[in-house]
Write a new protein. Structure first.
Length: 319
């Protein structure tokens, strides 16, 4: 009998299940953006001038007060944070020129001297001045007659930081021994190096501004104590109407200075004509700016002559 045909058993091919490889999702690490901390450049009395100017130039004072000091009309502005400022409006009294104060401050700041209190132009209302605390009949009469209000009832003027705790400097007088501290080879007494550098700054500043009233008394003060940093106040005599005829009164003081601070001279070299225009054209007129440019050039010529004669280290003496 025939042999039965046995069909081979064919096992189904089972393909192995290959699980897809799932790569883990790696979230990119985002580093936090850390903004660099920009410290303000040290300003007046090593403070922050920009922050101070924002207060006295932009914020509204909580109180106005009559300032009884001086022959010019001026007021005190008191702000919420306790800051106080002097306000001097445009007025008929000739020597009250607030523009010279602002120009002196800006020059001092641009040259990194930082001895002049911060100030800025500011426009205020007639009502603010007339309604100031402590107003007397005579003072109110002067305000209405002497302050040059515009038709809209406002007046332009200057706000200046009122420096607390100022002490009069009684030892520094014109012709005193301090002149030798800033002269070639002069001896600086121990502990007076900072004063010598400050007085060198003053000789240059007063030459640039043609300030003929520095030595009439009380214009050099000390902050905080009788030995504190020097503060140069009352700069309104600078840039006077006859300023160009008064250079002979201030040039000898600058000429006798042989020692200067390095950063001050560096900044002076950077103050070209365009820089001076940008800095001061809103407070000085064209003739005043021209005179300032000429005095800047003459100052640099004198400093370069000294460097050629005595050497750089002997002239750029203070850091």
């Amino acid at each position: 009998m025939p042999v039965p045909v046995v069909e081979p058993v064919v096992e189904p091919v089972v393909e192995p299940v290959v699980e897809p490889v799932v790569e883990p999702v790696v979230e990119p690490v985002v580093e936090p953006v850390v903004e660099p901390v920009v410290e303000p450049e040290p300003g007046f009395l090593a403070g922050d001038d920009e922050a101070l100017l924002r207060v006295i130039c932009e914020e509204e004072p909580i109180r106005w007060e009559r300032n009884a000091r001086g022959t010019t009309l001026s007021f005190r502005m008191v702000f919420e944070d306790g800051t106080t400022a002097l306000y001097k409006p445009e007025q008929t009294l000739g020597h009250s020129r607030w523009e010279a104060e602002v120009a002196a401050y800006r020059l001092n700041r641009a040259l990194e001297m930082n001895h002049v209190p911060p100030s800025c132009p500011r426009r205020v209302l007639r009502d603010d001045l007339v309604g100031a605390e402590g107003m007397t009949i005579d003072f109110r009469t002067r305000v209405t007659e002497e302050v040059l209000f515009d038709a809209d009832g406002t007046v332009q003027g200057m706000a200046m930081y009122w420096v607390p705790s100022l002490y009069e400097e009684r030892d520094i007088r014109l012709g005193g021994e301090w002149r030798w501290w800033i002269a070639k080879g002069g001896h600086i007494p121990r502990g007076r190096e900072a004063d010598a550098a400050s007085l060198s700054d003053l000789m240059l500043l007063d030459w640039l501004t043609v300030n003929t009233d520095r030595w009439s008394g009380g214009q050099i003060r000390r902050s905080g104590s009788t030995t504190g940093p020097m503060v140069f106040i009352d700069n309104a005599a600078g840039f006077g109407p006859s300023g160009e005829n008064q250079t002979g009164a201030v040039w000898p003081n600058f000429y006798r200075a042989h020692r200067f601070r390095v950063p001050v001279v560096e900044r002076l070299r950077e103050l070209d004509d365009d820089a001076l225009d940008e800095l001061l054209s809103d407070v000085l007129h064209v003739e005043q700016l021209e005179g300032l440019r000429a005095r800047r050039d003459r100052a640099l010529e004198r400093i370069d002559e000294l460097i050629e004669e005595f050497g750089r280290d002997s002239v750029l003496y203070f850091d």
